[in-house]
Design a protein around this ligand. Structure first.
Ligand SMILES: NC(=O)c1ccc[n+]([C@@H]2O[C@H](COP(=O)([O-])OP(=O)(O)OC[C@H]3O[C@@H](n4cnc5c(N)ncnc54)[C@H](O)[C@@H]3O)[C@@H](O)[C@H]2O)c1
Length: 453
């Protein structure tokens, strides 16, 4: 009943816009995990700032938003419509278990060419990783020397909080955002330690094994009132304690798992099949990739975390319970194979068995020769800017989960009990309508009858 009243109230509300503080001063971007994605993101921002590249793939930088009627011809750039931080105002820090600065780490990752990296070398080599919170049991395939020591997990969280404050001071940032770009951790499920702030803090002092390193960064961030975005499929902020802290401290959260390569294509194609009522017998997806992420995902524990995130997509888009004849019985398999020669240039194959009129079968084969970090970097940029916007928005900062940016995630977070929207086009409409709503513009329903009065 209460929910219905709330929904009716929302429907009745005429848009009036809501208060958003101006993005004054520098925005500090804090990145646990300075690997392929993080370095490609920072190098890219610097290259764009220097005018040697364009921010391709970034909705905040290149996207426009239609306002009013189609005949009004009002389509400003998103970055001009909502007050986002400018790229020149971004400053960076990070944590990693390896001691390499961002230039060396970017060279090792092998995503960007040496020529481009050399042009942004001064910034990249100035960013040295802070000591990480790391537990080999959570990421079995890697180990490194640059790791914090502490008397228990609460002590480690305090150290991360101290890092955050030190960075804010030294960089002169007025605001901070944390975005997780570190490895995929072993699969874990919610447990008693995750249910409340009290239980979690007790578990931190008791070194409870159910608290993963990523949760320690998230806790530190939310305790500092800093938004936290989760780029990996880890459980991290998908637990009641983080929802509670996020709302309490007005530190927005979002996740999880950047929607890049194969899942991006899946959430583009599947809504199309459903729109035309084409059935699905099976979808087999396999990948070869040779970067460190691929190596980490060779471990069955880390792969299970990734697999869970990748598999849920089709069920939610195709809604077998509503369309049993079309989607009641399909097979969905996802494989990831670590194959070093490919480096970051992943190859993702999809074999899709669909059926049409009278049940006649057809096949679609997709071979996506993609570049993982090239697809992920603009997502990191947009998330940083939108999470900072959420923190400055009176309406968004206290609501916890930012479902309106599901667009960027394989496994979007939603309020408990609500199923996630996976369809990329619904996600985009949700995002743009949220921006319109924040600025007091009419939402766009695409009804369009007014043009035929
Ligand atoms: N590239 C993509 O398209 C994509 C898409 C979705 C999700 N992701 C996720 O993003 C993350 C980063 O991907 P990547 O390709 O940059 O991987 P990467 O292996 O190149 O970088 C991850 C870095 O995190 C570090 N790390 C691991 N545990 C840490 C900890 N506890 N604290 C600090 N640092 C830690 C590692 O040393 C490594 O340098 C992975 O979890 C990956 O699954 C990537």
């Amino acid at each position: 009943m209460a929910t219905q009243r709330k929904l009716a109230k929302i429907a009745d509300t005429k848009p009036s816009g809501s208060e958003i503080q101006a993005p004054k001063g520098k925005l500090g971007v804090m990145i646990p995990g300075m690997g392929a994605v993080a370095t490609t993101f920072v190098a890219g921002v610097e290259a764009v700032r220097k005018g040697i590249a364009k921010p391709i793939g970034s909705l905040t930088q290149m996207g426009t938003i239609r306002l009013g009627k189609r005949t009004d011809a009002r389509s400003p750039k998103i970055k001009e419509f909502v007050p986002l931080a400018g790229l020149d105002d971004l400053v960076f820090t990070g944590w990693d278990i390896f001691e390499d600065d961002m230039y060396t780490a970017a060279t090792t990752a092998g995503v960007l060419e040496r020529d481009l990296l050399d042009k942004v070398k001064p910034l990249l080599s100035s960013i040295k990783p802070r000591k990480a919170v790391f537990d080999h049991n959570y990421v079995k395939k890697i180990d490194g020397p640059n790791v914090k020591k502490g008397k228990n997990k609460m002590d480690l969280a305090e150290q991360v909080r101290a890092d955050m404050r030190a960075f804010k001071k030294s960089s002169g940032a007025t605001r901070l955002v944390t975005i997780w770009c570190a490895s995929t951790e072993s699969y874990i499920e919610q447990s008693a330690a995750h249910q409340s702030v009290k239980a979690f803090e007790k578990a931190l002092t008791q070194n409870d094994e159910n608290i993963a390193p990523s949760m320690i960064y998230a806790y530190a961030s939310l305790m500092e009132g800093v938004p936290f975005a989760n780029g990996a499929p880890n459980l991290t902020v998908d637990i009641p304690v983080m929802h509670e802290l996020s709302r309490q401290n007005e530190a927005p959260i979002c996740g999880k798992d950047f929607k890049t390569g194969q899942t991006l294509i899946k959430t583009i194609l599947a809504p199309g099949f459903k729109a035309r009522m084409l059935g699905l017998n099976g979808w087999f997806s396999t990948n070869i990739l040779g970067n460190r992420d691929g190596e980490v995902l060779e471990d069955p524990g880390s792969f299970k975390t990734k697999e869970e995130s990748k598999l849920s997509v089709l069920e939610h888009i195709l809604q077998p319970e509503l369309y049993p004849d079309l989607y009641g019985n399909f097979t969905h398999k996802v494989r990831i194979n670590y194959y070093p020669p490919r480096g970051d240039n992943k190859e993702g194959w999809d074999n899709i068995d669909i059926f049409g009129w009278l049940g006649y079968p057809m096949q679609i084969k997709v071979d996506f020769l993609c570049r993982d970090s090239i697809l992920a970097a603009p997502i990191v940029l947009d998330l940083v800017l939108f999470m900072d916007l959420a923190k400055r928005s009176a309406e968004l900062r206290g609501i916890g989960i930012q479902e309106w940016i599901s667009f960027y995630f394989k496994s979007p977070m939603t309020a408990p009990g609500l199923y996630p929207e996976h369809d990329l086009f619904i996600q985009l409409m949700k995002l743009k309508n949220t921006l319109r709503h924040l600025r007091g513009e009419e939402l766009i329903t695409h009804l369009g009858l007014e043009y035929y009065d």
